[in-house]
Design a protein around this ligand. Sequence first.
Ligand code: TXA
Ligand code: MG
Length: 356
Amino acid sequence: MNCIPVSDDSIKQAAKILRDGGLVAFPTETVYGLGADAYNPYALAKIFEVKNRPFFDPLIIHIAAIETLEEAADLSLLNDGTRKKLFLLAKNLWPGPLSIILPKSVKIPGIATAGLQTAAIRFPDSECAQKLISLSGRAVAAPSANPFGSLSPTRAEHVLEKLGGKVDLILDGGSTRIGLESTVLDITSGNVRVLRPGGTPKEEIEKLIGPVWGPGTRDQGLRIKDCGSGTGDQGLGTGNHLVSPGLLKSHYAPEASLSVFSKEEIVHQPYKTGVAFLFYDDQTKEIWQNSQKPPDLAFVKVLSASGEALEAASHLFETLHSLDHGSISQIFAQLAPNLGLGEAINDRLLRASAVK
Ligand code: TXA
Ligand code: MG
């Protein structure tokens, strides 16, 4: 069994595997990552192979101290205004669920960034991740530890089930605290832009550095066709380069088909065998239950009884994993109120619902 509990010894063993060019799955505060030495192109190639991830999708580079940031990023290419923003963000929101796009250093091979001259850099707020990165003596490239396009893992068992035989070691640190991925923020162009909503709400970033563009900026209404990217172009920038391939419309998807509904819509959906219901809060579930009188509640789940966004986010992938098995062919999910972490929850639900 290549899955062992987090301890000083297992982290040491994992750090050696990274130094030797192997792959280690490890917990962060967001989701489990599939880590490799960010300076070793052969190790990085293994990540793409194991995840079946297209080479056009760049990886997030993890560091464990601000002092090592300049090994992974070339800050000399930033103008004074952008540098100021970077340090404000780093001082207040790192370590934490925020990946910042910066010019990459020469040490980061092109395979890590899909040929882009920028890299997404993150300083995770997880003791295990920090110890592992520090002990490895490298920056660690780590996408979520799941096959490309499918649900991100929030427990070691999820990694074991989908990628078990293909990684050298899985560090089991239990359930992750936040349960969905980091926010990806681009500060390199004139307009600061959220490329992927995630664990750090846009509002927290705006408090520090002013207005930020991103999903929801142009149009507060949620429509699936808007979920390709902030520009409605499915993540494609000019010259056919993917601005952020995590913006692909269909992503983070369970195997069952998923449909999303507003609170007002979901309460009118009839109970059916083979259909699971995923409510945002207890109150909505109660309204539905009173009108539908379902005979069986095994496949009726609630993300947060009190409708609290952090709790709901932390249960999202976990609950989708638990509903995603043979007897369920469809999942009906309620959208969250679209603010704070609710924006990231809705982003994942809408992408999971997009036709593959
Ligand atoms: O919370 C997280 O971010 C987790 C944990 C393991 O840290 N990692 C994660 O990685 O979610 P991944 O590979 O599943 O998602 C990385 C996202 C993708 O949407 C990718 O396109 C985007 O970051 N990205 C990476 N580098 C980029 C770059 N240079 N420019 C634009 N987008 C980039
Ligand atoms: Mg991912």
